[in-house]
Design a protein around this ligand. Structure first.
Ligand code: ADP
Length: 295
């Protein structure tokens, strides 16, 4: 199965162009959509999920015209939106049973089996009778994945699923997502670089509605080979360094700053050649579009 997005654009009625001529090819496996807040990730995902229209361009899921054949897409789709409300006074088991009914599974026995299987998969089986209102953020996200997995979808869209999770919850969520990948296209949007490096075999960097890079994390990192240099500097010198070098990140470390710069040649000046990472890739691309002065 393949998702082919071609020349997709969308401008909202307030004039914001959220998607600008986006073209992407997604195969089975986990695809990361990485970009800062407001980049257009949710807009793109909602469009793929048949929840809003595009102005221009096309999306095909194999031979299905996504922008036209909405019902056909929805039958293959599992979607976890960025913010989803839960009915606080209903248990996970009741809610999933209800969703299974909506998906057309009429046999009570079949539903019970499916709901039990999904609850077990997201590690909520023992909490299945608790009301959803009493679930932690991580539990709610795992419940969200359970509902998105209902009906064996071939295309799963999860919008910023790790935002707001603590590190342990995020880890559990990573493990869960990494089990889905095969035979399914999973699109995961995030502003967290680690989400991509942990989970995704391919990804795109998106900013101000535009795709700035698409490929594999290794490919992206290799492009920066021998071009990243780092140095610890006094905090107050940062402006001087920003004027003289292409500073892509600056991180406070015990009162001093560790800066990383992008340079085609060895800048000397006390810099050390450094192995590039995905964060460098991200900041290099994003920095060309927006001001990333973090300090
Ligand atoms: P992301 O998911 O990357 O944070 P969004 O797709 O939510 O980005 O937003 C992209 C841009 O479109 C932002 O500038 C946002 O304010 C704007 N936007 C999003 N949804 C709407 C809407 N329904 N109406 C008008 N503007 C919107």
């Amino acid at each position: 199965m393949q998702l082919l997005i071609n020349g997709l654009s969308k401008t909202y009625s307030n004039g914001v162009q959220a998607i600008k001529n986006v073209s992407l090819t997604l195969n089975e496996g986990m695809f990361g959509l990485l970009g800062p807040n407001g980049a257009g990730k949710s807009s793109l995902m909602r469009t793929i999920a048949t929840l809003q229209e595009a102005d221009e361009g096309s999306i095909y899921l194999d031979h299905i015209d996504v922008l036209k054949e909405k019902t056909a897409v929805r039958q293959l789709l599992g979607y976890l939106p960025q913010e989803f409300g839960v009915y606080p006074k209903i248990s996970a088991e009741q809610m999933l049973d209800h969703i299974a009914q909506l998906k057309g599974i009429s046999s009570k026995g079949e539903r019970k089996e499916l709901v039990g299987y999904l609850l077990d998969k997201v590690n909520l089986y023992k909490d299945k009778r608790k009301n959803l209102g009493g679930y932690s953020g991580g539990m709610k996200q795992r419940f969200g994945i359970a509902q998105a997995l209902m009906g064996k979808p071939r295309l799963i869209i999860v919008d910023e699923p790790t935002a707001g999770l603590d590190p342990a919850e995020r880890n559990r969520f990573y493990n869960l997502l990494s089990e889905i990948g095969e035979n399914t296209i999973v699109i995961l949007s995030t502003h967290i670089v680690e989400d991509v490096s942990t989970l995704c075999s391919r990804f795109a960097i998106i900013c101000q509605g535009e795709v700035l890079f698409a490929g594999s994390p290794d490919e992206a990192i290799n492009q920066l080979d021998r071009k990243i240099f780092s140095k610890v500097i006094p905090k107050n010198d940062i402006l001087k360094y920003r004027q003289n070098y292409n500073v892509i990140s600056a991180q406070l470390k015990a009162g001093e700053l560790l800066i990383r710069i992008l340079s085609e040649f060895d800048p000397l000046d006390g810099f050390t050649s450094t192995v590039p990472n995905l964060e460098d890739v991200y900041f290099t691309h994003i920095g060309s579009k927006v001001d990333i002065n973090t300090v």
